[in-house]
Design a binder for this molecule. Sequence first.
Ligand code: FE
Length: 148
Amino acid sequence: MYTYQKVKDQALAPNVRYILSIGNHREIMEALADFCRMKSITAGEITGIGAISEATFRFLDPATKQYVDKTFEEQMEIANLTGNISVKDEAPYLHVHLTCSRRDYTCVGGHLLKARVNGACELFVTDFSLTHAGRKFDPETGLNLYEF
Ligand code: FE
């Protein structure tokens, strides 16, 4: 599903950073959740680049609190993937935004539900190892907000 290695940088301690390569044709969010579970990451950040063959985004309309999901099925570059790791209901909770560029160099992006690697997916994952960031549903916004 993925390969990884720890970044050998003592200045990061007690945080731990990983270089993570998600396997071709794997779904990114699933692989990331699996990695976070395996490493017991309870707070952290994710950045990355790569290439995908499809991506599904979710848009929340704040007025209606209705979700609108949209899938793009085409080859795209991950121009930027940015996200955070927290915990909800004792499971990894990933909040990831993705900007990807199309063949014509225009970009689409947003709140990522899932994306399938087609080529490479190269991420840095930083584990804020002594920190626990929780989440709780907030009825006012309809979002799972941080709970500290
Ligand atoms: Fe979001």
